[in-house]
Design a protein around this ligand. Structure first.
Ligand code: AHR
Length: 504
């Protein structure tokens, strides 16, 4: 009986919308995240469109990436946008002192970022420099991007080849201002943030609508609530002159604490269990911050935006430590699914999230090495979860059971369900047990179940990875799902994530 679990899905009930922005990405000017990962330059022998890798664009389009956060991270608070516009040979070389003191050619700037976002069919989430910039610099940057009128900056953008204004979907008002963004006190930040909210307008009247440039304030990065209190208390009394639409939250899974020392390769079940245990804390972290937000904003107008999350392991041997390069394994796929499930359960308040980071950095979707590219297990989770974008949460009742390893106890099963716009029901099931399969029987109430099919992601070991030479060790395969008389049965492989569609 221990190897069976029963689920009950109430398909007629609805929860919150699982906002597609929960599946956002983060691409900082860090290591090989942009340079090499996205940007190879128009003269490269690597196939590209206007300098942007075609293979990476093709892979990302499959994920329907809703938004990309750029240029940082810590880098954002030292970025001066003027260095990154105009003819490439006239751009100044600068030093990326946030990440490794490497020389930055500034070849990938605002126009290249907007081109990238356009090529992958996504939206721009631009983080402003509140640390070392000024409100005037930020206002001019946003004017360069959004002005529709023939202002001097709109003309400059047109002269750089982009007459039509860009859309900024989200605007970050600083990054980790309590630490790398300027080590500010909460009160100092609140005063500064109000100024940027007030004096950095979207210059495109067609996009002035609030939904067109959501302003995201810096929020907490530790489980304490002091920062959230300060921002939300101020927001409760905001006037016509300033507003925010979201509060950012950063939290990484660092199973050994700082500095990250756990390996991303060649680990065993003990590391797996500890890492998964550590990541499940995300739920409690969100609850704590939500309780404070509910106090000042019971109508949930301000979204909680988890715009940096994911695993942070020891740098891969032989790589530049500041480049934050790590491998991505089956464990990381399980971890990604568990976090996406947590976000879905908090979807009434958590309406955006950005995994750190998109390519070659931390928990990446894609790894590249010159002309080579490989898709990671985390990539496949994002691909399998595409149907959950903007779907409506449907409650699932189940007894999760337990998986015990040494002194670590984990739930054995996790599950979420959602209904898409066509009426299809989607079910995501994770078997956390790395050793044993789990038989599932699900009652689907309130819906006729005509047909079901699914895909599952599993691998020989918790540390199985995809490499440039063996890129298909961890890839989805069909799942053996059956439906009969309103019941669905499927056997979940050990350490697997399965996504099933049920057609009415
Ligand atoms: O994602 C790497 C870094 O982690 C970001 O630059 C920073 O915001 C966070 O501390």
């Amino acid at each position: 009986a221990q190897d069976q679990a029963h689920l009950s899905i109430d398909a007629a009930k609805s929860g919150a919308k699982i906002d597609r922005n929960l599946f956002g990405q983060f691409a900082e000017n860090l290591g090989r995240g942009l340079y090499g990962g996205i940007w190879v330059g128009p003269d490269s022998s690597i196939p590209n469109t206007r300098g942007i890798r075609n293979d990476v664009v093709g892979a990302l389009r499959e994920l329907k990436v809703p938004d990309v956060r750029w240029p940082g991270g810590c880098f954002a608070d030292q970025y001066h946008w003027r260095n990154g516009i105009g003819p490439a040979d006239k751009r100044p070389a600068t030093v990326n002192s946030a990440w490794g003191d490497v020389v930055d050619s500034n070849a990938f700037g605002t126009d290249e970022f907007m081109d990238f976002v356009h090529q992958i069919g996504s939206n721009a989430y631009v983080s402003l420099n509140l640390g070392s910039g000024t409100p005037q610099e930020a206002a001019e940057w946003v004017e360069y991007m959004t002005a529709a009128e023939p202002t001097a900056l709109a003309k400059e953008r047109a002269a750089n080849g982009h007459p039509a204004p860009y859309k900024i979907a989200m605007l970050g008002l600083g990054n980790e201002s309590w630490d790398c963004g300027g080590a500010m006190s909460p009160d100092y930040y609140v005063s500064l943030m109000k100024i940027y909210s007030r004096f950095v307008p979207n210059m495109n009247p067609a996009q002035r609508d609030k939904d067109q440039m959501l302003r995201i304030a810096v929020g907490p990065g530790t489980p304490t609530t002091e920062w959230t209190e300060a921002v939300m208390k101020a927001w409760q009394h905001h006037t016509w002159s300033w507003d925010i639409n979201g509060l950012s939250l950063h939290w990484y899974t660092v199973p050994t604490g700082w500095p990250p020392s756990a390996p991303s390769i060649n680990f065993g079940v003990e590391d797996y269990a500890k890492t998964i245990k550590s990541t499940l804390f995300m739920d409690e972290f969100l609850r704590k911050q939500e309780a404070v937000m509910d106090k000042y904003d019971p109508e949930k107008k301000v979204a909680l935006v988890v715009d940096e999350w994911g695993e942070w392991f020891a740098p891969l041997p032989g790589t530049n430590k500041s480049f934050l390069e790590q491998q991505n394994s089956m464990r990381d796929a399980v971890l990604a699914a568990l976090n996406l499930n947590i976000f879905a359960r908090h979807a009434d308040r958590v309406r955006m999230a950005n995994i750190a980071q998109m390519i070659n950095v931390l928990q990446a979707m894609i790894l590249t090495d010159r002309e080579k590219m490989v898709l990671t297990p985390t990539y496949y989770i994002y691909k399998m979860y595409v149907p959950f974008q903007d779907a409506t949460f449907v409650p699932v009742a189940f007894d999760a059971g337990t998986y015990v390893h040494g002194d670590v106890t984990l739930p054995r099963l996790d599950a979420i369900a959602a209904r898409d716009a066509t009426g299809k029901l989607w079910l995501a099931l994770t078997n956390l047990d790395p050793e044993k399969p789990l038989q599932i029987e699900a009652d689907i109430n309130g819906m006729k179940t005509a047909a079901a099919s699914g895909e599952t992601l599993t691998a020989p070991a918790v540390d199985s990875i995809n490499t440039f030479d063996s890129p298909r060790t961890v890839v989805p395969k069909p799942a053996a799902v059956k439906t009969r008389d309103g019941k669905l049965t499927v056997t979940l492989d050990p350490k697997s994530v399965t996504v099933i569609s049920i057609t009415p």
